[in-house]
Design a protein around this ligand. Structure first.
Ligand code: MN
Length: 255
């Protein structure tokens, strides 16, 4: 079995190394990841400049390929160049930070799994729900072990093409995890998203970020599951159409 492993935190991030160690038992793991952190890159691709793929040995002895582009670039180059088109599974992560609800559209981690699905491969995105500035302090092992188990299941019982799994693992000790829930994508909204500051010349500049809106999480959602210390597994499809609105829209006088 040939596995393409990528992420959006970059090839030096401890999360991807923990994932590699767990996947090494399943087959041949090709770690192909951005050369620097690209979180919140979304599904962007590099079109107007050349891309480099650099074979390297990391300080911990692991071998991989660093890509000068985005997580999505890493999937396409990993598949076509490093793996010569021969890949059985794409895994993206383990991300340092949750990828829940509406954040899926910002996420480079999730976008890499999206790209795997676009290319017709089974794919898993995985995140630990820490928002830690020091990923060295996160124990990625429970998430890594769960994904190794999930990957075996996914390959034994393949899902339809152009779908993938988005997994979020609460950042708690393994003994505090209360099981696994199959979820739907929930909501995540931010408030106070823009902070305005003044530079020494008196001109405004802005920081994006904000904090999560206080919201009662939707039961059965990914957001709800991780709040209850449960691993969330959401099946995701590429089709973003709102089918309920199709009929209503057809009733509009658009001609
Ligand atoms: Mn990230």
């Amino acid at each position: 079995m040939r596995i393409l492993l990528t992420n959006d935190d970059g090839i030096y991030a401890p999360g991807i190394h923990a994932m590699k160690r767990a996947l090494d038992d399943l087959g041949n793991v090709f770690m192909v990841a951005p050369e620097r952190p690209r979180s919140a890159a979304g599904h962007s691709i590099t079109l107007h400049k050349p891309l480099r793929v650099t074979a390297m040995t990391l300080p911990n002895g692991m071998k991989g390929h660093a890509v000068s582009g985005t997580p999505t670039d890493s999937v396409t180059l990993g598949l076509e160049i490093v793996m010569e088109g021969n890949c059985d599974l794409v895994v993206s992560g383990i991300n340092n930070g949750a990828n829940l609800g509406w954040d899926l559209t910002y996420s480079g981690t999730v976008a890499a799994a999206f790209e795997g699905a676009v290319l017709g491969m089974p794919a898993i995105a995985v995140s630990v729900t820490a928002d830690s500035v020091s990923p060295e302090s996160i124990d990625f092992l429970p998430a890594a072990q769960f994904i190794a188990r999930l990957a075996r299941q996914l390959l034994a019982d393949p899902l339809p093409r152009h779908t993938f799994l988005n997994v979020n693992v609460p950042n708690v000790p393994a003994e505090e995890l209360l099981g696994v829930t199959v979820t739907h994508q929930g909501r995540r909204e931010y408030v106070d998203r823009i902070v305005k500051r003044l530079d020494p010349g008196g001109r405004p500049y802005y920081w994006q970020g904000g904090s999560l809106r206080e919201d009662v999480p939707d039961p059965g959602s990914d957001v709800h599951a991780v709040l209850e210390n449960r691993i969330s597994v959401t099946p995701v499809q590429l089709d973003l159409t709102d089918y309920v609105l199709i009929d209503r829209l057809r009733g509009w006088e658009l001609a």
